[in-house]
Design a protein around this ligand. Structure first.
Ligand code: BT5
Length: 243
C-alpha cells in the first residue's frame, strides 16, 4: 500500500477525498496525519485528534458497489481488534458498527465513507486509535480510554504497520464467501451486548430490542416485539454500558 504522511491535516478522510477527486491518489493508499484540526466522527460529530496522542489514518480501497461495501466498516473493526490482540491488549470488544472498546470505554472509532469519481467507487476507511492520551476532557473521561491509560505501550509506527497487514488480511477474507462466514463468527464472538437490551432508531421511530448478532452483510440483528429486524446503519444505545 502506498503511504502518505502529513504533520497536520483537517481530516485524513477529507484529504483522501480531495486527492481522489484530483486524481492524485488511487486505490490502496494510506494517509496518516500526526494531528487533525477537524477530525471527524459520524453524523457530524468530531474526533479528538491532538498531536501525538493518537493514530489517525485513512485507508483508500476501490470497491465494487454491487458487493456490499458496508462490510468494510466491520472488516476494519475486526482488523483493529486483531491487531491490538496481537499486541496482547486485553478486554477488547467490538460495539457495532464502528467502535473498539476496552472494557466499556472507547479506544478506537472508525468512519467509513464512500465516494464516486468518474463512475468508480472508493471506500475511505478512517481509523482513529487513542494511544498516548494521558487524560480526557470531562465529557469524555467516563467514555474514552487510551492504550497509555490501560498501561499498554505500543510504538505508533509498529501499530500502524501491524494494522495495515491485519486490514489487508481481513479485507481479502471478506471478499471470499466461506471466509466471510468465519469473519462474521469472529465478530459475533467479540461483539459487545449480545443478549442485552438496546434502544435503536428504525425508520425514525425509537424501539427497544435485544441484540441477536451481526449478519454476513454487516447489519445488526435485533429482536424487537417478537420480530427480527436488521439494522444497517445508525445509532444504538446499549443500556448500562457507560455507567
Ligand atoms: C467515530 O465516530 O467513532 C469515528 C471516528 C473516526 C476518526 C478517524 S481519525 C482518522 C479519520 N479522519 C477523520 O477525520 N476521522 C477518521 P462516532 O461514532 O460518531 O463517535 C464520535 C464521538 O466519540 C464524539 O461525539 C465523542 O463523544 C467521542 N469521541 C471524540 N473523540 C474521541 C476520542 N479521541 N476517543 C474516544 N471518544 C471520542
Amino acid at each position: 500500500m502506498k503511504r502518505l504522511y502529513f504533520d497536520i491535516l483537517d481530516s485524513t478522510n477529507e484529504k483522501a477525498k480531495r486527492m481522489l477527486r484530483n486524481k492524485e491518489i488511487s486505490s490502496d493508499t494510506l494517509i496518516r496525519a500526526l494531528e487533525q484540526s477537524s477530525g471527524k466522527g459520524r453524523l457530524g460529530r468530531s474526533w479528538l485528534s491532538k498531536k501525538g496522542e493518537g493514530l489517525y489514518l485513512s485507508i483508500i480501497k476501490e470497491v465494487d458497489i454491487n458487493k456490499n461495501p458496508s462490510i468494510l466498516t466491520v472488516a476494519a473493526a475486526i482488523a483493529v481488534f486483531k491487531s491490538l490482540e496481537s499486541f496482547d491488549v486485553k478486554d477488547l470488544g467490538i460495539k457495532w458498527p464502528n467502535d473498539i472498546l476496552i472494557g466499556s470505554k472507547k479506544l478506537c472509532g472508525i468512519l467509513s465513507e464512500l465516494i464516486e469519481v468518474d463512475g468508480r467507487f472508493f471506500a475511505i476507511i478512517g481509523i482513529g486509535i487513542n494511544v498516548n492520551n494521558k487524560s480526557f476532557s470531562e465529557d469524555l473521561t467516563t467514555k474514552a480510554t487510551s492504550l497509555f491509560l490501560e498501561n499498554v505501550y505500543i510504538d505508533m509506527m509498529d501499530l500502524m504497520d501491524n494494522l495495515e497487514l491485519s486490514f489487508e488480511e481481513v479485507y481479502n477474507k471478506v471478499s471470499d464467501r466461506w471466509n466471510l462466514e468465519k469473519i462474521v463468527n469472529f465478530l459475533n464472538d467479540h461483539l459487545i451486548g449480545i443478549g442485552n437490551t438496546v434502544e435503536f432508531n428504525y425508520k425514525g421511530t425509537k424501539f427497544l430490542g435485544i441484540i441477536d448478532g451481526i449478519n454476513a452483510d454487516g447489519s445488526l440483528r435485533i429482536i424487537s416485539e417478537g420480530r427480527l429486524m436488521d439494522i444497517f446503519s445508525g445509532e444504538i444505545t446499549l443500556k448500562g454500558l457507560y455507567k
